[in-house]
Design a protein around this ligand. Structure first.
Ligand code: 8YV
Length: 311
């Protein structure tokens, strides 16, 4: 007998195929009437494969026998973890397997925003190399300091790459870690001390608008901001204004406040490099993330310990 599960949002194809083969998988994202769908399945569901909009408290209430929310993504800010905890529902995420890809993306943004590679390529494609001469000089990474907000496993992978490019590392976490990098007790002092402020901290209420005008003022007109965490961590209208007014040197952004919406003002910025949330978006990494999601669901039904519990 196959167990019933709910799939919240369309998953990476191989993950979707495995779940649909091993379980009786119900697609919430195709339900015309969400409330009726949840009401009908309610008591049968012990596991949910989460992604996209995640799982809120109301959905948990509609599933009285829910034991596990297996979320696709290292970040799980779209899952109401406090509500899950209160109801005794476990939550898992997909850490580690994406560290290298996300760190590569962070370095790509750093390189691209400081060296203006996308702009210089566009310059060549416009035929300007021949007509106007060489592309204007840009800024070196070597010798600069990267200040990492959120030095976890992804942050460490970014630090290694930045060091390979000749950068120095500093960081801010809620608590000081046992690492050799200099620690700063708050984002403002870190921003003051660094050339590139790298955001790797989780999203959610605790970090909402952590990077505000004060932090950007501390970063200053020669400082760069790179965000591969969540758009919510930055006060986005303030960031846009600071970029337009040249109050910081530039920004490399993989994440935005209301994805996939990006305020039109960002499109015309010459000092920003913008990616459509591609941090972990490779076949290999998405497959590996999906397998962690699947293995957590398998573990639940096999009565084994969950692999990557958050709560
Ligand atoms: C994914 C991410 O793009 O893991 C995360 O937290 O932000 C990304 O790797 C996201 O989970 C949704 O596909």
């Amino acid at each position: 007998m196959k167990h019933d599960i709910i799939i919240v949002a369309k998953l990476h194809q191989p993950t979707q195929e495995i779940l649909e083969k091993e379980f009786t998988a119900h697609r919430l994202y195709e339900a015309a009437d969400r409330a009726a769908f949840l009401k009908e399945l309610g008591p049968k569901i012990r596991a949910v494969a989460s992604g996209g909009p995640g799982v809120n408290a109301a959905m948990m209430d509609a599933l009285p026998n829910l034991k596990l929310i297996s979320h696709f993504g290292v970040g799980y800010d779209v899952v109401d973890v406090d509500a899950a905890k209160k109801r005794g529902i476990r939550v898992t995420n997909t850490p580690d397997v994406l560290n290298d890809c996300v760190a590569d993306t962070a370095m790509a943004l750093t390189l691209n925003v400081m060296r203006k590679f996308p702009q210089s390529e566009a310059y060549l494609r416009s035929g300007y190399w021949e007509t106007r001469g060489g592309y204007p000089l840009t800024t070196s990474l070597g010798g600069k300091t990267m200040g990492i907000v959120g030095l976890g496993r992804i942050g460490e992978a970014i630090a290694r790459r930045a060091q390979a490019s000749g950068m120095k590392i500093a960081y801010h976490n809620r608590n000081k870690k046992d690492v050799a990098y200099p620690y700063y007790p708050d984002p403002v002092s870190l921003a003051k001390a660094c050339d590139v402020l790298m955001l790797v901290t989780p999203g959610g209420a605790e970090t909402k608008n952590l990077v505000n005008a004060k932090v950007l003022d501390a970063l200053g007109p020669k400082g760069y901001l790179v965000n591969i965490s969540r758009g919510s961590v930055v006060d986005q209208p303030v960031l846009l204004r600071y970029l337009q007014e040249g109050r910081i040197a530039g920004a490399g952004l993989d994440v935005f406040a209301e994805e996939p919406k990006v305020p039109a003002g960002f499109y015309s910025l010459d000092n920003a490099v913008l990616f459509p949330h591609v941090g972990s978006a490779t076949h290999e990494t998405r497959f590996a993330m999906g397998m962690v999601q699947v293995d957590n669901i398998r573990a639940l039904f096999a009565g084994k310990p969950l692999l990557t519990p958050v709560v």
